[in-house]
Design a protein around this ligand. Structure first.
Ligand SMILES: [Zn+2]
Length: 476
């Protein structure tokens, strides 16, 4: 007997192939059969007529390490968008392995009360035990390893410290981590040399792990930073993913034509690609240097002055009669949204065949960037349907099949027999993001149902069975 038949829907299977009318049959959490299944008996039927049936979306760039452990009351920022799998631990920041009560910025983007996993395996076990709402594949953060092992973060690691970091990475890979992430832009890792990252990353080569990299610079020195990332991937001979590719600062607008050409050249010799989010504003810790590059800055949270959250840094600075940079220092530790990209670059990067979709959402911010709630419907509604930057099939591919292949997520991302039954049903005419910079936590419109491993997890705005996620451990 078939557990579930999603019938009468229009299937977009995640490979980029054209849509077709097709029923989907699910047995034991797996896709069992495709075709006209109208006459077959089933425990449960879901009518998807006039709807798109697609693989559940894969958010390849998240900071959901801690969110996954928590029970979310009400709509879930990711499930509500049709996301069924997240990749955690990006930008050098992973919740494990590190025990501390005072994580330095930007590690504190994950809060300061959940840093109690001495081993990566302990974190994965806790994730299993928490029965997460979504599937999770987890990266180890280089900055987390530095905070754990490097005595002075203002200098490159010693050879001793480097081998301790490499040893932790090796342990994590054995436990099932997907690979390593780096954030050389951020204070805890800025002093790390290219050589340090390569030596820490050594275990990735034999284990066939991946590396995701927040570049050392996304502004004036982006060419050099991109060359460094490519060198690291090449020397380790591993799949390399550049995170949230973008160009920051007015003087760099338009340079994506050149950076994308660099990616294309590199791809002739090594495995490389990138992710991006569909907004022309970024968000991270509040950094005076980035304030200077921005046309507008919104404070997302501040420990020193919580009342600043949701306000323009420039307006607050004027009211308080200080420079924005001085105020940025006074509000720290804090987070911000920066308007510093051009829409032309965002569109060009998103449309490139090497790009995947990742939200980079920050779930613990008081007034978060709307990408946390709106990324996937925004690509499908705004960029595919309204601006016709690409077909709906291509948009879905960028958030499913391509992502699963690039991140080595086996049996995910494509609707085909034998694959896990992560499925989203949505209305292609009405799907739209509703989260804005002033109202950033509004759930999107147009998602009818989300199935995680064959179980209905979300329907018509309401969470259902929210414990269907699995920890995806890297296959050995
Ligand atoms: Zn980042």
């Amino acid at each position: 007997m078939i557990d579930l038949i999603i019938e009468n829907g229009t299937l977009i299977d995640g490979t980029g192939a054209p849509r077709r009318i097709c029923d989907v049959g699910v047995v034991n959490g797996r896709i069992a059969m495709l075709g006209d299944l109208g006459g077959l008996p089933a425990h449960q039927r879901f009518n998807a007529s006039a709807r798109i049936v697609a693989p559940g979306f894969i958010d390849v760039h998240t900071h959901d390490d801690r969110l996954l452990l928590n029970r979310v009351e009400g709509p879930h920022p990711k499930l509500s968008q049709g996301v069924t799998t997240v990749v955690t631990g990006n930008c050098g920041i992973s919740l494990a392995p590190l025990v501390t009560a005072r994580p330095p910025s930007p590690l504190d983007l994950l809060g300061d009360d959940a840093w109690h996993f001495a081993r990566f395996a302990d974190y994965l076990d806790a994730l299993d035990a928490s029965r997460p709402a979504l599937n999770a594949a987890c990266l180890v953060g280089h900055s987390t390893l530095r905070v754990r092992h490097v005595a002075n973060l203002e200098r490159p690691a010693t050879s001793d410290e480097t081998s301790r970091m490499a040893h932790d990475l090796d342990d994590a890979l054995t436990a099932g981590a997907l690979g390593l992430s780096t954030g050389l832009y951020y204070p805890p890792a800025r002093a790390a040399s290219t050589r340090e990252v390569i030596e820490v990353g050594r275990p990735l080569s034999a284990a066939r792990g991946i590396v995701t990299m927040h570049l050392r610079d996304e502004a004036d020195a982006i060419d050099e930073a991109l060359r460094e990332a490519l060198q690291i991937g090449r020397e380790l001979a591993i799949d390399t993913i550049v995170s949230h590719h973008k160009l920051v600062g007015r003087s760099n607008h338009g340079r994506s034509a050149a950076t994308l050409a660099m990616f294309e050249d590199a791809a002739q010799h090594q495995s490389v690609c990138f992710d991006c989010y569909p907004y022309n504003a970024s968000s991270t810790m509040l950094l005076p240097a980035r304030v200077k590059q921005s046309d507008e800055v919104l404070v997302t949270w501040s420990k020193a002055d919580p009342s600043a959250a949701g306000h323009s840094l420039f307006r607050l600075a004027e009211e308080r009669d200080v420079s924005p940079e001085v105020l940025a220092r006074r509000l720290a530790p804090a987070g911000a949204v920066y308007f510093a990209m051009s829409e032309e670059d965002v569109g060009r990067i998103l449309a490139h065949p090497m790009s995947m979709v990742g939200s980079d959402g920050l779930a613990h911010d008081v007034q978060p960037h709307p990408r946390l709630w709106g990324t996937f419907p925004r690509v499908l509604g705004h960029y595919a349907r309204e601006r016709q930057l690409f077909s709906l099939e291509t948009a879905v591919h960028k958030m499913t099949g391509l992502s699963a292949r690039r991140f080595g997520l086996h049996k995910r991302g494509v609707i085909t027999p034998g694959h896990c039954a992560d499925i989203v049903v949505f209305d292609e005419h009405h799907i739209a993001d509703r989260a804005t910079f002033t109202h950033p936590t509004l759930a999107c419109a147009g998602i009818d149902a989300v199935f995680v491993n064959g179980r209905l997890a979300y329907r018509d705005g309401e969470p259902h069975d929210v414990h269907a996620g699995q920890v995806i451990r890297r296959a050995h």
